[in-house]
Design a protein around this ligand. Structure first.
Ligand code: ZN
Length: 465
């Protein structure tokens, strides 16, 4: 088994329970696992030695919510200045033209950007399956494997199209039977439950306004029969709340409770519009919420009650959400925006820089149900990010290493990324793929997709209207 020693780090930010830091520290790794963390490991011999002088080491961040297909529809002018429902109905028209190969191209670019900004584990929620599409989830699983990233794909779905009172066009929906069969296939083919697993599959009907009640209930039963996690969008906007009242006669969380969608194996994306009692119920159930501040601000969705949810006992992680609403896949940027947002919304002591790094590491691990990632400790996976502090944007900011990462706004700063003991970013470049080719393929897929939507609808998606 190969071994690695990272020595003489300026600082190791462990994010263990005591949030301890080890200035001048070293980390010894065997295979995928951290075997020692300490101030003096100079006697240790290893196959690979990385001199981390001048570099801060943090645990690899964990992205709890994403839609990698949306990398191909970032910054589409026709969708730029809309709230969630209008934004979705605009982009549904583009996503329904996804072809084989597109998701691989988008996922490679999106996951590559995440790796380069310090994220080593990503969840994805892919739900936009065009009719007749086959095995699309496999494309993003393949992309993550090629990059060397730890991945939690969730098999999303939409079964309530316009003809059944839902928001999406019928062309982007599938039958319950088809969805459940492909979800079973994805779990049986790809899910690996073991410690240090690189792929865990989840079950993720899209939202209350795009999925039938029957599918919600059956998906929960299916997920629990395999022991995999459940994920969906919830309480993102007031429009969704109004939809649930009209369609089901319930508030969104109440509806989730009525379909079996609450518990420690469930995490919701966004989780904004909860009453005090709902926050208490989520906390008591130890369910998770993935907070996506950039998307919430761009779509004017509202502000997640992160401090209240944490106090109530919920698991809270951080996510970049789809790249079409965040316009990037950048966890350092997401953390900084969250830091600013909660100070703005809840007061100057609502969150610290260290709290935001906690959400991005330990919080993310918690929402994904993992105790083997999220901190630099003996027995944890060797998922590590090294950042060189000798950068113009950090000049004058060396008084606190966590604050420097979270507050200065410099995000293209990562030097080395290690996932499961393997170097996947070196000197800021992805080591296992050709970055120029990744960019070319994503741009080609994006151009074709937007053009196809324009031809089909007669609308100008790239011109200002
Ligand atoms: Zn989302």
């Amino acid at each position: 088994m190969s071994s690695m020693l990272i020595k003489n780090a300026r600082n190791i930010i462990t994010m263990d329970d005591r949030r301890s830091r080890v200035p001048g520290g070293s980390i010894y790794i065997e295979g995928p696992e951290i075997k020692a963390v300490g101030a003096d490991l100079s006697h240790v011999v290893a196959d690979v030695v990385i001199d981390a002088r001048g570099k801060v080491v943090i645990p690899g961040m964990v992205n709890g919510h994403h839609h990698l297909n949306q990398v191909l529809t970032k910054n589409v002018p026709l969708a730029q200045d809309k709230g969630l429902f209008d934004w979705l109905t605009t982009l549904y028209q583009v996503w329904q033209h996804l072809q084989p190969g597109d998701l691989h191209a988008g996922a490679t670019a999106g996951l590559g950007e995440l790796l380069k900004t310090g994220c080593t584990t990503a969840a994805d929620h892919f739900y936009a399956f065009p009719r007749e599409s086959r095995n699309l989830l496999d494309e993003e699983i393949q992309a993550a494997a090629e990059l060397g990233m730890r991945f939690h794909p969730t098999r999303g779905s939409m079964s309530r199209g316009k003809s059944k009172g839902g928001l999406p066009p019928d062309e982007l929906t599938q039958s319950e039977d088809e969805i459940l069969a492909d979800t079973r296939r994805a779990i049986e083919t790809h899910h690996r439950p073991e410690r240090f697993s690189m792929v865990r599959v989840g079950v993720a009907p899209c939202s209350p306004f795009s999925v039938t009640t029957e599918l919600m209930k059956e998906a929960a039963v299916l997920a629990r029969s395999y022991g995999v996690r459940l994920h969906t969008h919830l309480a993102e906007t007031i429009d969704e709340q109004d939809f649930c009242r009209e369609m089901y006669g319930m508030r969104p969380l109440e509806y989730m409770e009525s379909t079996g969608w609450i518990g420690p194996d469930v995490w919701y994306a966004h989780g904004i519009h909860f009453s005090d009692d709902e926050v208490r119920r989520i906390g008591a159930a130890h369910a998770g919420v993935c907070h996506c501040p950039v998307s919430n601000m761009k779509l004017s969705s509202g502000t997640c009650r992160v401090p209240d949810l944490l106090k109530a006992g919920a698991a809270v992680g951080l996510g970049v959400d789809g790249s079409a609403s965040a316009d990037s896949s950048n966890m350092l940027f997401e953390a900084r925006v969250g830091y600013l947002l909660h100070k703005h919304a809840h007061g100057p002591t609502a969150v610290t820089a260290e709290d935001m790094l906690w959400l991005a590491t330990r919080g993310g691990a918690a929402v994904l149900g993992r105790d083997d990632i999220g901190s630099i400790e003996v027995g944890k996976a060797a998922d590590l990010v090294l950042v060189d502090v000798n950068q113009v944007g950090y000049a004058g900011a060396l008084h606190d290493d966590v604050g420097m990462l979270m507050m200065t706004g410099s995000t293209q700063v990562v030097d080395t990324v290690i996932v499961n003991g393997v170097v996947v970013v070196q000197e800021g470049r992805l080591t296992r793929v050709d970055e120029e080719k990744v960019v070319r393929q994503a741009n080609a897929a994006s151009a074709r997709l937007v053009e196809a939507a324009g031809v089909a609808t007669g609308r100008d998606f790239v011109g200002r209207v």
